[in-house]
Ligand binder design. Structure first.
Ligand code: AMP
Length: 817
């Protein structure tokens, strides 16, 4: 026993004393010990022993040389070593074995044959292969790690199933950031019916990306040709798989399934030495598998988001009306089979679950419909491939589930209904004869008016119909407050109506103080159109203010105003489109907040700070935003923040630093005390709102929604209490996940608290904020925040403020001057 202990200590000492080595290959005479590494020829990837996060267990894995914390593959994920004495060897039979300190095998590969010269090598793709001498043809590899993925899909790796050998390659999540053991989530190609891409939780589908339609996955029209990688989907009698490859091999890109079951793509940005995330999947409720039940469509822009297909009705009226849609819908009229049935065409859909479908590549659409009519249990059909005119045939049998409506893209589906039901639907759509006559009359009248209007308009403005730059004429509006020098492109009303599909509700992005905001496409550019609501008296003034405030401002962290449209009684602002909506949409939502890791949150905080600094100090005029809040921070494709909504902004000239108003505007929860109580605003009132935002981003909680149960504090009070009690990390949102940097988090909390100090003079200006966020210098100790006490009873009490806007909509009230 003593001898054994001695041997153990001796070998431990030996392993600590020997210097680590870097290898190109592993051979039977050259194993790898803990501390040694194997690198790929191009030095992209490295293999060795590691411990994830704060875990003490040792694993053998592969990581990026530029970013060693990103492990892309783990050998012994379920059988960790508990010391630094592990050794990876290759046997003369060509089998990789991982041995522990007592020489027992904790993990091994397998092999199809015995090689003459067994060699293991890490390829430039990140694939660990066992080969025979210098036979580098992939067909001759005896084993490869790409056949046994963990949570990461690297370029050149196949995800799918070999239908001949049965080998299935799928991603499975880690249990946690500290434990690479196989978690509950997996990403795979489900080969039943027409194969489809799915995210599973255990044995149940969690999210269905859908079948391949020749161009993309039916449920992910966002997967499009891009400058980073291209992709292929192969489906034949031997195999079905998805694969992507890099267009430029010096770029790193990975698709990973995180421990929370969210699949994301990251690309390495050399300049910033960080990973940039491209969002993937699961952004709204409609992405939850079968959320609305059978024979329904899910549309996140509608309320309620679930609807029965026409010809169907809720299975349980009671459940349906209480927003429990899981029972789905049932036919109003049973199918008659054969000639008694027909089809209703739907467009812009994510196709239903294809696990009980049948497909054929050569049958055309017409024949496809015929086949469906002949089979009584066929419920719908569509094209298999949407390229060109469309080709192939896809038939569904049984109920149709997990269908959503897209505002852009999506596919056609022909749904089988009884003829009598089709007649009823047709009749409902057909206007009566009188109606028809009056519609024709109206069309003629309206066309006449439009033609006259267009002639008058052309005469008056001598402008072409689309976005030409012209000076906004005072007469275009009214006499109030237009800056005559202001030049801003104007857009024609018809062009905007066309761009937004006539302000269709499908294109509605949201609703703010001005009125609704619509998505549109104008001359190939995706735009967001803010349409001033006709019954918004207050909005008209703010509309002008917004134009005046940002027409000339240009900064990467301010939303870009492309132009406006002032025609007839319509007033509209046209912006660049921000695909990820606003920050509140993410940070206050339990699921979506998981998409904001620490790096992203830091990037958002820094971006808002830079945008605000530009407004306060670097733009021509000193601009105070006065309504900075999470819903006014829009996010672009890469989650970069852009400050928006300048309806309440004020500009200061020359040396002006502070102003008073008796019209208190803004949003409770973000308003500084001196502004809410005395109507005093300055750049420091924006700094206060920025501080609230920082604490909201760190904590994932709304200042005004949050109430500390034990102390009745709002978020500022809660953050202050944790700070005073020396446990500030208690504020951090659990969804931040693995990537957290404690020192950065603490710095952000401290900066946030400095910004929300009661006294405006104590608050830093935005240039100091940026300096504090980006350096490691010592920071001042924050003093007690303003409005920190009771979440329901703030420390101002004038009756004018007694009515809060419950839904965080900007509010106006009159306070003391
Ligand atoms: P607002 O009137 O600026 O408060 O906008 C109302 C809502 O419309 C916002 O919360 C966003 O969800 C959406 N929205 C506004 N502007 C844009 C834009 N440029 N791109 C995308 N969505 C936008």
């Amino acid at each position: 026993m003593e001898a054994l202990a001695y041997l153990f200590v001796y070998s431990l000492l030996l392993s600590l004393l020997r210097s680590s080595i870097t290898l190109d290959t592993i051979t039977p005479s050259q194993p790898i010990r803990d501390g040694d590494t194997l690198v790929s020829a191009d030095r992209s990837f490295q293999l060795g022993f590691f411990s994830p996060a704060s875990s003490k267990s040792r694993y053998m894995g592969i990581w990026y040389l530029v970013s060693s914390e990103i492990v892309v593959w783990v050998a012994n994920r379920d059988t960790p070593l508990n010391d630094h004495l592990g050794v990876l060897r290759i046997t003369y039979e060509g089998v990789l074995v991982l041995l522990n300190s007592t020489n027992s095998t904790v993990w091994s590969s397998n092999t199809s044959r015995t090689p003459e010269i067994p060699v293991a090598q890490l390829l430039d793709t990140g694939n660990l292969v066992v080969k025979d001498g210098n036979f580098d043809d992939p067909g001759n590899f005896l084993w490869q790690s790409f056949d046994h993925p963990c949570d990461t899909l690297l370029p050149e790796m196949k995800l799918g199933k070999n239908l001949v050998t049965g080998l299935e390659r799928f991603l499975s999540s880690w249990k946690s950031i500290e434990d690479p053991a196989q978690g509950v989530f997996s990403v795979r190609i489900d080969p039943r019916g027409l194969p489809q891409f799915v995210v599973m939780e255990g044995a149940a589908i969690k999210y269905r990306v859908g079948p391949w339609n020749g161009l993309t996955f039916s449920g992910n029209p966002a997967l499009r040709p891009n400058p980073i990688f291209n992709y292929t989907f192969v489906l034949n009698e031997n195999e079905v798989y998805y694969e992507n490859s890099l267009l430029n091999s010096s770029v790193f890109s990975r698709f990973v399934l995180n421990p929370s079951g969210i699949a994301e793509r990251f690309t390495w940005i050399d300049r910033t030495h960080s990973w940039q995330r491209f969002l993937a999947g699961q952004l709204d409720q409609c992405e939850n598998y079968g959320f609305c039940g059978a024979y329904t469509t899910c549309n996140p822009n509608n309320s309620p988001i679930c609807a029965c297909f026409e010809g169907f009705e809720p299975k349980s009226e009671r459940n349906w009306n209480s927003n429990d849609w899981s029972d789905g819908c049932v036919r109003r009229t049973p199918l008659e089979c054969n000639d008694g049935d027909g089809f209703l065409k739907w467009t812009k859909l994510k196709l239903p679950d294809t696990s009980s479908s049948w497909y054929n590549k050569t049958t055309n659409l017409k024949e496809c419909g015929g086949l469906c009519l002949k089979n009584c249990s066929c419920t719908a059909y569509s094209n298999l491939d949407v390229r060109g005119e469309g080709s192939g045939c896809l038939l569904w049998f049984g109920s149709l589930t997990d269908i959503r409506v897209f505002s852009e893209g999506g596919q056609e589906l022909y749904l089988k209904l009884a003829k009598s039901e089709l007649d009823r639907i047709e009749k409902k759509k057909q206007p009566s004869k009188i109606k028809q006559a009056s519609i024709i009359g109206s069309v003629i009248l309206v066309t006449g008016i439009i033609i006259l209007g267009v002639i008058a308009y052309i005469r008056k403005n001598r402008l072409h119909s689309k976005g030409m730059s012209k000076r906004i004429d005072k007469k275009d509006w009214d006499n109030e407050g237009w800056n005559e020098d202001m030049e801003l492109p104007t857009f024609d009303l018809t062009a905007i109506a066309n761009a937004t599909d006539n302000f269709s509700s499908n294109n509605k992005l949201g609703e703010g103080g001005f009125g609704p905001v619509y998505k549109g496409t104008l001359d190939g550019q995706v735009i967001a159109v803010k349409r001033l609501s006709k019954n918004s008296g207050q909005g008209s003034k703010e509309f002008k203010n917004e134009v005046q405030s940002i027409a000339r401002l240009q900064h990467r962290n301010l939303v870009k105003l492309l132009g406006c449209c002032i025609q007839e009684d319509e007033k509209m602002l046209v912006y660049e489109y921000m695909p990820n909506k606003s920050l509140d949409f993410f940070i206050f939502d339990q699921t979506k907040s998981k998409l904001l890791d620490w790096l992203t949150r830091m990037n958002i905080i820094g971006g808002i700070a830079r945008g605000l600094l530009y407004l306060h100090e670097d733009s021509r005029l000193r601009i105070i935003h006065r309504d900075l809040k999470a819903s006014n921070i829009l996010l672009d494709n890469n989650m970069n923040p852009k400050i928006s909504d300048f309806g309440l902004a004020r500009s200061f000239g020359g040396d002006e630093v502070e102003c008073m108003t008796n019209r208190i505007v803004g949003t409770y929860g973000y308003m500084s005390p001196e502004y809410a109580v005395h109507g005093q605003y300055s750049i420091k009132s924006d700094v206060f709102s920025f501080g609230v935002l920082v604490l909201e981003i760190v904590s994932g909680k709304k200042n005004r929604g949050f109430c500390d149960p034990d102390h009745n504090l709002n978020l500022l009070g809660h953050a202050w209490r944790l700070w005073v009690e020396d446990r500030p990390m208690g504020l951090v949102d659990e969804s931040v996940g693995e990537s957290i940097s404690q020192s950065e988090v603490l710095r952000c909390i401290q900066v946030g608290l400095l910004c929300v100090q009661h006294n405006p003079e104590d608050r830093p200006n935005m240039s100091s904020v940026l300096l504090m966020l980006s350096s490691e210098s010592l920071l001042h100790k924050p003093r007690q925040p303003g409005f920190y006490t009771d979440s329901r009873r703030t420390d101002y009490s004038s009756s004018e403020h007694a009515t809060y806007s419950a839904n965080e909509i900007s509010t106006t009230s009159f306070g003391p001057r």
